[in-house]
Design a protein around this ligand. Structure first.
Ligand code: KG4
Ligand code: ZN
Length: 341
């Protein structure tokens, strides 16, 4: 490998409802990161419609790839490798990215690197922070809630995960019950910040386990809403939002802090769409200051799905010469532990 020429990875992310392409230099520098969100399209259905998502990816992928190269000021011939989200995600959405990546890699004679979506969320932090191992990652997204112990670069051990809804999913369901637009996470977050009161909600500690559960909390919120509405009253949405958010944040912060202590982690890293939550960022900041452990927060624009994070994670594999073979296919269900080392 020529070490003087920069390594440029052209990365693609299409696992859900964002079509994105990025050019990443040496695994850490964002030369471009173009994201086209389909939120407006799916909002009227109250959630992502898989069929529509794949069709929109097909329509956007070509111009997004070109835009990523243009914004980076580079051409296809400058690229060192093509990276793409292999899974997990919606199969029809993943397929669009995977087919585009395969076609590019084959026609340009470039190596192809399949990336685990959650590894991408975690390694988004490498675009702005220096990671030190061992570390604990708290992954909170629309489909995942996990505590991951990382002993070294690219090694993932899931020590706790949700037993039912993911954190983002719970946010979206509670938001829907409060008649807020999709995706509801940012709306609940805003209401919770503005609230001048709070309706107390239960916390699912699940004893000593690092697992999470949010379905009981979701039911508690629905009960409060139903009981009020049966009395002909509408509860103050901000008070409900604040009670819900306090419960989610308390449990996430305490379990993450306990994992940091028990595993002797040098850093706590936050990742995933819900990492944009201001209550969670504040709660973790306070707790990590008490523990004296550095907290790595992704910048807001790298919390939600984007291809820059996929390029950052792909660089790990590039460094090890771990290139995906032609048998590679989209994997709607993919193990993070097996993808890593
Ligand atoms: O990681 P992501 O973009 O997609 C998945 O890989 O799932 O996460 C999307 C999730 C949605 O559930 C959305 O409501 C949630 O992240 N989210 C938030 C906030 N911003 C986005 N949840 C709580 N507070 C926020 N500020
Ligand atoms: Zn995601």
């Amino acid at each position: 490998m020529n070490t003087t020429k920069p390594v440029y990875i052209l990365a693609i992310e299409t696992s859900c409802d964002e079509t994105s392409a990025a050019v990443i230099e040496n695994g850490t520098v964002i030369r471009s990161n173009v994201v086209s969100s389909q939120i407006e399209t799916h909002r009227r259905f109250g959630g992502v419609v898989p069929e529509i998502a794949s069709r929109q990816h097909v329509e956007s992928i070509t111009w997004i790839l070109q835009e990523a190269l243009d914004q980076a000021g580079l051409a296809m011939k400058d690229m060192s490798a093509i990276a793409v989200t292999q899974g997990p995600g919606l199969v029809g959405s993943l397929l669009v990215g995977v087919v585009a990546a395969k076609a590019l890699a084959f026609s340009l004679g470039l190596p192809l690197i399949g990336v685990h979506h959650i590894a991408g969320h975690i390694y988004a932090n490498q675009l702005v922070h220096k990671l030190e191992y061992p570390l604990i990652s708290l992954v909170v997204s629309g489909g995942h809630t996990e505590l991951v112990y990382m002993e070294s670069e690219g090694s993932f051990k899931i020590i706790g995960q949700t037993r039912d809804d993911a954190a983002g999913e719970a946010y979206d369901k509670v938001a829907r019950a409060l008649k807020l637009p999709y995706p509801g996470g940012p709306h609940i977050d805003r209401l919770a910040q503005e609230a001048d009161g709070e309706i107390p909600m239960p916390r699912a500690w699940l004893d000593d386990s690092y697992d999470f559960s949010f379905s009981g909390l979701k039911s508690a919120v629905l009960n409060v809403l139903n009981q009020s509405r049966m009395r002909g009253e509408e509860p103050v949405a901000a008070h409900v939002a604040k009670g819900f958010q306090s419960s989610v944040v308390d449990v996430l912060v305490e379990k993450a802090a306990r994992a940091v202590r028990e595993y002797g982690a040098k850093q706590l890293l936050l990742a995933g769409g819900v990492a944009a939550n201001r209550g969670l960022r504040e709660g973790l900041t306070k707790r990590c200051a008490e523990l004296g452990v550095p907290l790595l927060l992704p910048p807001m624009d790298l919390c939600s799905d984007n291809a820059a994070m996929i390029g950052a994670a792909a660089f790990l594999k590039w460094n090890r010469g771990d290139i995906t073979g032609p048998e590679f296919k989209a994997e709607p269900v993919l193990s993070l532990e097996k993808w890593g080392y």
